[in-house]
Design a protein around this ligand. Structure first.
Ligand SMILES: *[C@@H]1O[C@H](CO)[C@@H](O)[C@H](O)[C@H]1NC(C)=O
Ligand SMILES: *[C@@H]1O[C@H](CO)[C@@H](O)[C@H](O)[C@H]1NC(C)=O
Ligand SMILES: *[C@@H]1O[C@H](CO)[C@@H](O)[C@H](O)[C@H]1NC(C)=O
Length: 291
């Protein structure tokens, strides 16, 4: 009697233990977090059945099954029609399923369900999210006003990235240094996102206002870059330069023209020869007075 009662207690514990040891704990699902529209994407599921044969593997998108692989059936695979899902049968099997030409509409939760064969038919399910992004159709566009400036004056820069899904992030760089937030010399306005209802795409706009100072110009030039990005999937930038248009303090006799970087270099050699010329004149004057 006591033995039977003991058995009643032990058996469930043993069963739990057995199930645990046969569980598909090592199961790993691999789904790209982000893919771009048009890509061919392979989803995979790794599992260890510990000596037991595979009974079936099933793939779901948002709980709708679209592919199944059952080794004992003939043929072992079945693809179920699901809108926008295009399974590449030749590149799908007991571990992977390949989707051709994914579209934005296929963003969602993907699950793989693995069942071991008799006696336990142990089943495990794992899921992951995939986002299919639509990239902008063209490069970002930047506009700088004005592109020649006197130090101390303001510059307005605008950047635009056309429709994408999700909206592209826009990041500004001045002389390769990222513009992080509002500072005394750089005012950064919040990103504006505009939705095109018909296409379901979003365009991004950003603008900054720079109150120029001497440290912004390297050899008379400031470089402004706008980078559009969508996660780590895509990144494109556009760059323009702004020239220092300040009146030059180093006097060049007879020259009132504004200087750009290249002119400045000439100027410095000019002022060198000017020094020599002045020295020469001084020397000549000295010689005349000494006579
Ligand atoms: C000049 O601009 C730089 C970069 O924006 C800034 O860090 C610095 O404080 C500014 N200097 C002055 C004198 O305003
Ligand atoms: C935009 O940037 C933010 C902050 O870095 C990031 O969390 C977000 O995922 C980015 N979005 C895109 C579409 O790249
Ligand atoms: C210095 O003198 C030479 C001739 O002696 C002349 O060609 C040159 O233009 C002068 N430089 C300046 C900056 O006036």
């Amino acid at each position: 009697m006591i033995f039977q009662q003991l058995l009643k207690l032990i058996v469930p514990v043993l069963l739990i233990f057995l199930r645990e040891s046969l569980s598909l704990k090592s199961m790993i699902i691999r789904v790209p977090e982000v893919a771009k529209s048009g890509d061919t994407v392979t989803l995979s599921c790794e599992y260890d059945l510990e000596q037991v044969a595979l009974y079936s593997i099933k793939w779901y998108r948002n709980d709708e099954e679209f592919y199944r692989f059952v080794p004992k059936e003939s043929p072992p695979f079945r693809a179920f029609p699901l809108k926008y899902v295009n399974v590449d049968i030749s590149r799908s099997g007991p571990n992977d399923v390949t989707l051709r030409g994914v579209r934005r509409e296929l963003s969602g939760n993907y699950k793989c369900e693995v069942s071991a064969d008799a006696p336990l038919f142990h089943t495990e399910i794992q899921g992951a999210h995939m986002l299919v992004a639509e990239l902008p159709s063209t490069n970002p566009v930047m506009n700088i006003e004005p592109n020649k400036v006197e130090i101390g004056k303001k510059i307005k820069a605008r950047c635009y990235s056309p429709g994408s899904d999700p909206a592209a992030n826009l990041t500004w760089y001045i002389n390769d240094e990222e513009v992080k937030r509002y500072s005394e010399s750089v005012k950064k306005f919040p990103l504006e996102i505009e939705l095109d209802q018909a296409l379901g795409l979003q365009s991004s706009r950003s603008r900054i206002e720079i109150t120029t100072n001497r440290s912004h110009f390297v050899m008379g030039v400031m470089t402004i870059r706008c980078e559009a990005s969508i996660y780590t999937l895509w990144r494109l930038s556009v760059e323009e330069i702004v020239r220092d248009d300040s009146p030059q303090l180093a006097p060049v006799l007879g020259s009132t023209s504004s200087q750009s970087h290249t002119e400045e270099v000439i100027d410095s050699s000019n002022s060198n020869s000017l020094c020599k010329n002045i020295s020469l004149i001084f020397l000549t004057l000295l010689l005349i007075t000494l006579r």
